[in-house]
Write a protein that binds this ligand. Structure first.
Ligand SMILES: Cc1ncc(COP(=O)(O)O)c(C=O)c1O
Length: 399
């Protein structure tokens, strides 16, 4: 066998390869992609990590989807989701022109970043120009926002919420001098994720009134909350409300979201979306959902009940549970760092979510499952605490 030896000592293959410039845009090479929650396929796993609804869609929705699986699959779906938009318009007391449907509300958010903020490249200096390129949001809130801004090349203005995660009022934002009232696009998660805290329509209205750019109120979890801010999207020409069928309507799999607002903003989003952005079976499922809302209202009540029972049970075990208006809770666990709890629960086949971000690294985000899943979680937490050697418990300070 012939052994090749390179004179430089490195392998012949490496030294022979010419260095090619990357074919990928620098912005994409540098990008920190969004990290979705895991979707492991483990038998018996209790999955409380991605805020899915523990209850299946209504039998009528399943029947409608089944009935639509036939030769029609060869045809393109309705490109404007007209029938679905008409039904949604009736629900929200507006016109179909006030509505745009997306491939999940994630698509609506991505389109909004592209439609309403300028990419920074070529943006001249000067505060008005910078504002036109600014995508603004609070932290913590939905961790997709900075990724969307980075993909587009917009400037990010991430403004921390106070320690109790309340919405700062306009005067406090002015005093803080970090908030940009001219930002091209402001994204507010309400109720907040991953915090769970709800914001009132009154306080949201004050913020909307103060903003000169577009404001999106991202109401992905609003069906589990005490109030919603849909009226603001129909009142102000610069406010959009984004909603999804994923959480409250058990349709993550089908990817249906939408937003409501002034026809001019809706037309801009409509102009840049893919022609067939909403798949046909998704449209069928969403329409059938809107014909069976009573079924879902019962689910919201069940989830709110379980949320309150789980919060109480965990509080009794020493967890600090933040008040929630969503289908998840954010909780600071006792005795061990939250990241250790993540693993200890995982060892017991219970999957919850932990975020590395400094503001929430001491917390776990736990999706509200069925009452049985909540009980299993409480049992596991009790066991974990029991197994902690007493000496270690005494020495571990509460974070
Ligand atoms: C705050 C928030 N907005 C939007 C979404 C996106 O929902 P979907 O794209 O499934 O409609 C999520 C999903 O986790 C979310 O947490």
């Amino acid at each position: 066998m012939l052994h090749l030896k390179s004179t430089t000592g490195s392998s012949p293959r490496k030294s022979a390869a010419p260095r090619r410039p990357s074919l990928v845009r620098a912005r994409v090479r540098r990008l920190h992609a969004y990290v979705p929650g895991e979707q492991p396929k483990i038998k018996g796993l209790i999955k409380l990590n991605t805020n899915e609804n523990p209850y299946p869609p209504s039998p009528k929705v399943l029947a409608a989807v089944r009935a639509a699986v036939d030769g029609r699959l060869r045809l393109y779906p309705d490109p404007s989701a007209q029938a679905l938009r008409e039904k949604l318009a009736r629900l929200h007391g507006c016109r179909p022109e006030n509505l745009m449907v997306g491939n999940g509300s994630d698509e609506v958010l991505a389109l909004a970043v592209r439609a309403f903020s300028e990419p920074q490249a070529g943006t001249e200096k000067g505060s008005r120009k910078v504002a036109k390129a600014t995508v603004q949001y609070f932290t913590p809130s939905y961790s997709l926002y900075p990724v969307l801004a980075d993909i587009h090349g917009a400037a990010k203005n991430a403004v921390p919420l106070p320690a109790n995660f309340s919405l700062p009022d306009v005067a406090a934002l002015r005093r803080g001098r970090r908030w940009n009232f001219n930002a091209a696009l402001t994204l507010v998660t309400t109720p907040n994720a991953p915090v769970g805290r709800g914001y009132t329509t009154r306080e949201l209205e004050k913020l909307c009134r103060a903003q000169r750019g577009v404001v999106i109120l991202d109401e992905a979890y609003v069906d589990f909350a005490d109030e919603n801010a849909m009226s603001l999207a129909l009142k102000f020409p610069h406010v959009l409300v984004a909603r999804t069928f994923s959480k409250a309507y058990s349709l993550c799999f089908q990817r249906i979201g939408y937003c409501v607002g002034h026809p001019d903003l809706i037309a801009a989003l409509d102009k840049i979306r893919d022609s067939y952005n909403v798949n046909g079976l998704g449209q069928v499922a969403a329409e059938a959902t809107l014909s069976d809302l009573g079924f879902y209202r019962a689910n919201f009540q069940a989830i709110r009940r379980t949320r309150s029972e789980l919060s109480q049970a965990l509080t009794q075990l020493g967890f600090r549970v933040l008040p929630s208006q969503t289908n998840f809770i954010l909780t600071q666990p006792p005795q061990f760092p939250a990241q250790d709890w993540l693993q200890k629960l995982r060892d017991r086949k219970i999957l919850v979510r932990w975020f590395r971000a400094p503001a929430v690294k001491d917390y776990l985000r736990i999706t509200i499952g069925t009452p049985a899943e909540a009980m299993a979680l409480v049992r596991a937490a009790r066991q974990i605490l029991k197994e902690t050697p007493a000496a270690r418990r005494q020495h571990s300070p509460r974070r």
